[in-house]
Design a protein around this ligand. Structure first.
Ligand SMILES: NC(=O)c1ccc[n+]([C@@H]2O[C@H](COP(=O)([O-])OP(=O)(O)OC[C@H]3O[C@@H](n4cnc5c(N)ncnc54)[C@H](OP(=O)(O)O)[C@@H]3O)[C@@H](O)[C@H]2O)c1
Length: 278
């Protein structure tokens, strides 16, 4: 989306005058809060952070100068837009006594729009699935909004999600289960592979150097993939010479059906996401 267009710019200036309540300031909620301030989507005076943990709130207030509150219901009444970032199992208890028609953006894994509408009372729901690289502004969020969310409200959804990475509006809500299994859980697949490689590197005698070699290899490979703009398959072929060391390792991956393992694992994540109806 081109946020430079002057009409949109004016509109976004008006939007930044709105008040946002972030309900749940754990790993994701606080990462989003930080990104919104860093990207100047909202000034600190327009953001309320709500969490069950008072110590966490005190830290956020000191660090960012945002408003803080323990009571979500009261904060929702004062806000124009609500961002829900509690654990799915806390949804019902958090939303008790809400009577709101405001835009609610939810990042809860597995919570369908119908359930979010029932829990919050609002018909205007944008359901998003971000991932943890959001913490450094390098996340990706797939999202889908209920039909009552207007075009202008969708621009605000995009602006909020774009503050911590890429955002992609999906064709239907079901696609969120796939996005959860691919990019939501994806960073953990990457880390489990890094962990395994580090373990092997130690076993082979690299000792303290093991995490240094693994970290830089993964970082370099990710940067190369971004810069080279060729397929992953091409990138792999570029490191694999005939009869060489990489080919020897890749043959083992193939024999042990690495691709199938990844498929079965992602399927399990997708199935779990489909079942997680709160
Ligand atoms: N982490 C990920 O990779 C990821 C990716 C995509 C989506 N998500 C979704 O993001 C949501 C948050 O995940 P997270 O990893 O950030 O969880 P988290 O770190 O546990 O954060 C949730 C926060 O909500 C607070 N909370 C609990 N009950 C509350 C209440 N009644 N009112 C206000 N705040 C309350 C918790 O406080 P206490 O700690 O004191 O209980 C905690 O600070 C989840 O629904 C998850 O499905 C997570």
């Amino acid at each position: 989306m081109n946020f430079q267009n002057s009409k949109i710019k004016n509109f976004l200036t008006k939007l930044s005058m709105q008040k946002l309540a972030i309900i749940g300031c754990g790993i994701m909620g606080s990462a989003i809060l930080e990104a919104l301030l860093r990207e100047k989507v909202f000034p600190p005076s327009r953001i309320s952070a709500i969490d069950a943990d008072e110590k966490k709130l005190a830290k956020l207030k000191k660090k960012f100068g945002v408003k803080v509150a323990k009571n979500a219901t009261e904060a929702v009444e004062k806000a124009d837009v609500i961002l829900l970032a509690v654990k799915p199992q806390n949804l019902a208890s958090v939303c008790q006594n809400w009577k709101t028609e405001k835009l609610v953006i939810s990042i809860l894994a597995g919570a369908p729009i119908a359930n979010l509408q029932k829990a919050t009372g609002s018909q205007k729901i944008a359901r998003a699935m971000p991932n943890t690289p959001a913490k450094i502004g390098a996340g990706i969020s797939g999202w889908f909004a209920s039909k009552n969310v207007s075009k202008t409200e969708k621009i605000l959804v995009r602006k909020i999600l774009a503050s911590f990475g890429k955002e992609v509006e999906l064709r239907n809500e079901k696609m969120l289960n796939t996005v959860t299994a691919i990019s939501g859980s994806g960073p953990a697949y990457f880390f489990v592979f890094a962990e395994a490689l580090e373990k092997v590197a130690r076993k082979f005698g690299l000792g303290k150097l093991a995490p240094i070699f693994v970290r830089q290899t993964f970082l370099g490979a990710a940067k190369l993939a971004e810069a080279a703009k060729i397929s992953f398959s091409e990138l792999r072929k570029n490191v694999t010479s005939k009869g060489g060391t990489t080919e020897a390792a890749l043959k083992v991956f193939e024999k042990k059906k690495f691709g199938k393992i990844v498929e079965i694992a992602a399927k399990a994540a997708k199935k779990r996401s489909e079942k997680l109806k709160n």
